[in-house]
Ligand binder design. Structure first.
Ligand code: HEC
Length: 148
């Protein structure tokens, strides 16, 4: 009796193992569960827009520049250099869109400003940075004399 029981257990275990192996083999061939494409073509193309700029700004810039963009983010107090006030029309109209793009893309150091203003190019990419520039113009309600 005991012998039969252990035989059944062994058979059952072998059956389970074969089921597992079969499902594993078939799932690796199944395109529905294949790893997602990570090539450049698979990335959705972003469109430059004010909305994208606002979302991006609120996510990445407000910790230092503040929710209202006036330079009073929660990190501002612990920085040796005060983050720029993006609502200051005089300050912002002295910088054209190309200059703002470079500042955001490559960081403060690119425009002879503090390294406490980080470079964002790798994280954001051109479309998001251009969108953020649109949003900066909205925040300052200003334009530069000559853009791009
Ligand atoms: C870690 C804090 C921090 C974050 C996050 C940050 N900044 Fe700044 N930013 C600064 C500081 C500090 C300055 C002031 C640099 C100076 O005056 O030398 C600055 C300055 C600037 C300036 C003005 C540069 C000039 O021409 O004087 C712009 C424009 C700017 N930031 C845009 C952005 C944008 C857009 C983002 C989000 C993508 C962002 N910053 C995120 C800290 C930050």
């Amino acid at each position: 009796m005991k012998r039969n029981q252990s035989k059944i257990t062994v058979l059952f275990a072998a059956f389970c193992l074969s089921l597992m192996l079969c499902s594993f083999a078939s799932s690796s061939e199944n395109p529905a569960v294949a790893a997602p494409e990570t090539t450049e073509e698979a990335k959705p193309k972003l469109t430059v827009s004010l909305e994208l700029g606002e979302v991006t700004y609120k996510h990445y810039c407000t910790p230092c520049h503040g929710m209202k963009g006036n330079g009073n983010g929660f990190n501002a107090g612990s920085l040796l250099v005060k983050p720029a006030n993006h609502t200051d029309a005089k300050f912002m109209s002295a910088r054209n869109d190309a200059k703002l793009f470079d500042t955001i893309n490559l960081g403060g150091v690119e425009v002879a400003k503090s390294t406490l203003m980080p470079p964002w190019g790798v994280n954001l990419g051109d479309e998001k940075i251009k969108s953020v520039v649109l949003y900066l113009r909205e925040l300052c309600q200003c334009k530069a004399a000559k853009n791009w």
